[in-house]
Design a protein around this ligand. Sequence first.
Ligand code: SF4
Length: 187
Amino acid sequence: MPRPVQYNTKVKLVEMPKGYSGEGFFATSLDKVVGLARKNSLWPLPFATSCCGIEFMATMGSHYDLARFGSERMAFTPRQCDMLLVAGTIAKKMGPILREVYLQMAEPRWVIAIGACASSGGIFDSYSVLQGIDQVIPVDVYVPGCPPRPEGIIDGILKLQDLVASESLRRRTGPQYKALLEGYGIQ
Ligand code: SF4
């Protein structure tokens, strides 16, 4: 190596991009980091009333193992969950209860309608059955089938994960989401 050592003095420093920084981290798009964390840690709240609920049990079992997608932590308390899974026939009398459960969930929260009954009333086109849970609460993903297989339910959760990952950090205050909730009379 020739002496004296030559250093590259032509290095140009550029301005730091806009972003968020804190102790030990710098991120240019915090939304993506938060989206990544949220999508891989969805906590399910099963609201299962009939046959589709059995398929959900299989989805949670060791063969299909929903834990692979970060959703093994089920709770039966709305305040500790962010993914409401409605599986089964919902009678009209049960509508207000389902709505109450949804309201007790903390933001951000998401809803999947599992199977034909939750999505549209299914074969029960009768006076007593709610013709789809979207009559009382907003739904993010619909899973078709009567009943859907566990693969279908997993596919629905993966679709929801895509949605969660790409949503804005402050979904709750977004104009579109606010308008959606207002449409349901939820402030
Ligand atoms: S969609 Fe079919 S399998 Fe699911 S709850 Fe309704 S009747 Fe049962």
